[in-house]
Every structure is written in C-alpha cells, then in structure tokens.
Design a protein around this ligand. Structure first.
Ligand code: DGL
Length: 268
C-alpha cells in the first residue's frame, strides 16, 4: 500500500495548529503544508477573489503532487469557499469552521466569545452556525487581523507583548459579565492560547476545531500507512520574505523544523 499524502493549507502559519493534531492521530501520512503569504491576510479579502485564488493555487498544487486529501486549515477560506472547492475537486476536502457548538456545552455563564478574522466574523456561514447552535446564549464577537499578525510574529521568534494582546481583547476585558468560553475561530489563534488566557483573571475555556479536523482525517484515511512517516514533510510558501518588511525567515524556518517539516521553500 502506498503512503497517503495530505495537503494542509492556510494563508499563513495558522494551519500548523491543525497540522499538529492531525499528525498526532494520523502519523503514517506524508504531509505537505502550503501557505499563501502572497495574499495574506485572507480575513480581509473579498469572497469572490478568495474563491478564485483558492481554486487556482490548489489546482496547481494538486496537479503537481499526488494528494489524497486537502485540509483547508483556515476558517476564513473554509467558511467562504468550502462548497465551491468540494464541487471542483474530486478528492476529499476537510475544512475548519468555528467550534460554536462545543462552546455552548462548556459555557457556564452563557456568554461565549467568538474570536476570528473579520471575514469569518462577518460571514453568512458563521451567522448560520450561531443561529443553529447557540440559541439562548450570548455570542460576543471580535474580528481581528492584528491577532493573526501577532501569531505570525510569534513563529518568527518575536516576543508577544501582553499589552498588544489586551488591546485586541479590550472590548471584553471591561465587561462585568465577560465570556467564560472563547471560540478560537481562526487557526492562528490556538498558537496564542497562553497569551490569550493570561489576559483574563478568571479561568477561561478556549475552544478550537483542531481535534475535530484530526478525527475527520483519520475517519477518511485511517492512519495512512503502516509506519510513522518522518523527515519527509515539506512546507511551501507563495512569496519571498523580505527582511526590510521586518520578517525573520530564519526563525520561521526553525519553527517549521520544530513542527517536523524538513524543508520550507518557495512554491513556484
Ligand atoms: N488562519 C486563517 C483563519 O483560520 C486566516 C488568517 C488570515 O489570513 O486572515 O481564518
């Protein structure tokens, strides 16, 4: 049996929070990670443009590598484009959407915070999720690209200032009845879990969809093959990092290495 190959896709490093759960449950798969930093941040793109971009980039990648399954490890892309991508590709596509439903079981005070990108916060898909699953709960929303950028910086080795975190969450931190449960509706945000939790004086439930995605991949592909695959996972990005934009590519490369990838290269 040949080894299965899975593509994990995001606009940036957020998909790594999904990848680490997926590889834990399905270790006998070869993973490709592709991120579209050329059009980052996805949370600020127009839906039509994003759909076109996803179609062309993913078609190109799948045309060059034999991929058995794609994980769209990006809420902004999944909530906008999942149905189009599934209609277009014949391989299974697993997407990620905000974990509203599990949050409703965890909240004790009935106040749920949804932290996501502006696209996910304003999208019709998210509105439907809230209507369907969170009736009777209060759902407070913050859409932030700043937080996405902070997660990117963290993986480039930068220290994240608590004040920057608190300014993103400011609208919730002044409330008398703050959320006791926060849905991390962007795959970048689980990478900032500790920093988010530190902003609150009380214990807070932070919920994401990583494990649900991992379960779905295992359901569809099983464990992949017989033996754990190591040292062959490859990561690609779509635009060269410019030092004068303050990017630290070497530190980013080290982060990908630490996640188990043996290369990080430009996709051309
Ligand atoms: N990681 C992505 C998400 O889950 C998007 C970040 C962005 O590019 O805005 O929504």
């Amino acid at each position: 049996m040949s080894v299965k190959q899975v593509l994990i896709f995001d606009s940036g490093i957020g998909g790594l929070s999904v990848f680490e759960r997926v590889i834990k449950q399905s270790p006998a798969i070869k993973y490709f990670y592709l991120f579209d930093n050329a059009y980052f941040p996805y949370g600020e793109l127009k839906p039509d443009f994003l759909i076109q971009r996803l179609m062309s980039l993913l078609s190109s990648f799948v045309g060059r590598h034999k991929i058995d399954l794609i994980v769209i490890a990006c809420n902004s892309a999944s909530t906008v484009a999942l149905q189009y991508l599934r209609g277009h590709f014949s391989i299974p596509i697993v997407g990620v959407v905000p974990a509203i439903k599990p949050a409703t079981f965890l909240t004790k005070n009935g106040v749920i915070g949804l932290l996501a990108t502006p696209a996910t916060i304003n999208g019709a898909y998210t509105a439907r999720l809230i209507d369907e699953f969170a009736a009777g709960k209060q759902v407070l929303k913050i859409g932030s690209t700043q937080l996405v950028k902070l997660a990117e910086l963290k993986l480039q080795g930068k220290l994240i200032q608590q004040a920057d975190m608190e300014s993103v969450l400011a609208a919730w931190l002044i409330l008398e009845k703050m959320p006791d449960t926060i849905v991390l509706g962007c795959t970048h945000f689980p990478l900032l879990k500790a920093e988010i939790a530190r902003c609150f004086k009380h214990k807070i439930n932070l919920v994401d969809s990583g494990n649900a995605i991992a379960q779905r991949v295992t359901q569809l592909l099983g464990k992949g093959g017989m033996a754990e695959i190591k040292n062959t996972h490859q990561a690609y990005f779509t635009k060269v990092y410019q030092p004068d934009e303050g990017a630290n590519f070497n530190a980013l490369q080290r982060s990908f290495l630490a996640y188990g990838f043996n290369s990080l290269q430009l996709y051309i």
